[in-house]
Design a protein. Sequence first.
Lengths: 135, 130
Amino acid sequence: MSDIKKFMYVNRRAPYGTVYAWESLEVVLIGAAFDQQVSLAFLDDGVYQITKGQDTTQLGIKNFSPTFSALGDYGITNIFVEKESLEKRGLTVADLIPLKYEDENDNYAEKDSIKLVSASDLVKVLEEQDVLLNF
Amino acid sequence: MKLGIQINEGPYTHEASVSALNYIKAALAAGHEIFRVFFYHDGVNNGTRYASPPQDDVNIVNTWSKLAKEHKIDLVVCVAAAQRRGIVDEGEQKRNGKDGNNIAEGFRISGLGQLIEAAIQCDRLVVFGD
């Protein structure tokens, strides 16, 4: 497996209610070991997956949102969030978990992984990918 | 073309599995190679031999087993998804102390790495589900 492909995980569903979001994150974490070029996109209700202050105690379901903060340590630093999806839900980037990574090429400076993009720009990013995994 | 297939939904509730079967048959007939079929989410329920639908209904699990045998197709059930949903082979039975196993003929249980590997190796990864 010498060739490096561009993997994009497209997350469109709310974090709870169905298992897709959590099992998507499991693929992302396992896939990180394969040294591919990985990006994530959050759009539609998928933006709720990375909103701050989640509390699932009353649901009786595991809160997996803290796991997103570890993505930077897994070398996953390209996280696209669709602007229109946030706006439609009355959210801004300030409502999202601050996902960061340490840039080893810049004296380990802490940088933002989240890139806010318009729907039309996200289309361009999707077109560049080799593998799209839609959850 | 070398094709990887991912199936995200169980049999009967959702058409994904049957659509994938039809797709694979057509792809094979057209001379394409099926590198692997990976069952994820509720898709793992395609791999239990305990399914026993009424006789006048299609037995989707058996259809997979038959197809795998005829065309030597690698049917892989995700271990993490399978453990949650009670799909068990002999190894998992021993590891988790279960009183039996239910994996259907032609299926094997393995990790998510098998899905990533299929995506890397294949010309296309075709996903069935919503």
